[in-house]
Ligand binder design. Structure first.
Ligand SMILES: [Zn+2]
Length: 229
């Protein structure tokens, strides 16, 4: 058996999406919670706003992701229908087009003709989808999976600051939520970078600093409005 190399690209794509959703959930829910807590709200009001933020964020992520991936899927489907029709009507031109593609990639015209003929008789639409349109089984748009995955990863991330806010004593709640969130953001940033083969420390630092700034900003807004109202 030849040794199998481990390609990171397929794993890193969905992992990056999941980490992005979780980051979003942590930062926006923690910011909401610290903002409301800084306005001297009761523990119940803080937790209610955190829970509402979790649900609203997860649904909004799902809706946004569904709409965007669905329109991509519609475009792909329309392109494939167009290609299917053209394969039936202009099979000679379509074969010539495929041959030109393989010549352009470096095959001799003889070999390109052989390859194009064999792939056309095996599965013409698949060959044109992959080599002409760049659509393959690895990257077909899947709207429902994309929507569920981003809602779940957002909710998973949002659950962390909400849980910490539930357990922490109210006077120290802001500190606990920010501290736990920053630690998790750093861990997630390092995990995503490592999975994609990128350096861990800069990724962890970037996401931590940006998340920390968001929480500091809403905490300040909450403190200002809490005094003013
Ligand atoms: Zn074609």
């Amino acid at each position: 058996m030849p040794p199998r190399e481990h390609h990171r690209i397929f794993r890193s794509n969905w992992l990056r999406a999941a980490v992005l959703g979780a980051n979003d959930g942590i930062v926006s829910t923690a910011s909401l919670i610290t903002g409301v807590a800084a306005a001297q709200a009761t523990h119940g009001a803080i937790l209610t706003s955190g829970l509402a933020g979790l649900v609203a964020g997860a649904l909004s992520m799902a809706a946004g992701e569904y709409v965007s991936v669905r329109s991509q899927a519609d475009t792909e489907a329309a392109d494939l229908r167009l290609e299917q029709r053209s394969l039936k009507r202009n099979s000679t031109e379509e074969l010539a087009e495929l041959i030109d593609i393989y010549v352009g990639r470096g095959l001799t015209r003889d070999l390109a003709t052989q390859v194009a003929r064999q792939l056309t008789s095996h599965d013409a639409l698949d060959a044109h989808a992959r080599d002409e349109l760049g659509i393959s089984v690895h990257n077909r748009a899947r709207p429902v999976q994309a929507a569920v995955a981003s809602a779940a990863s957002f909710a998973g991330g949002a659950a962390l600051p909400l849980l910490v806010a539930t357990l922490a004593p109210v006077p120290q709640l802001i500190g606990w939520v920010i501290g736990a969130s920053v630690v998790c953001l750093a861990g997630l940033g390092a995990l995503a970078a490592g999975a994609g083969g990128a350096p861990r420390a800069p990724a962890a630092l970037r996401v931590t600093v940006l998340g920390g700034l968001a929480m500091a900003a809403t905490t300040m807004v909450g403190a200002l409005f809490g005094v003013a109202v």
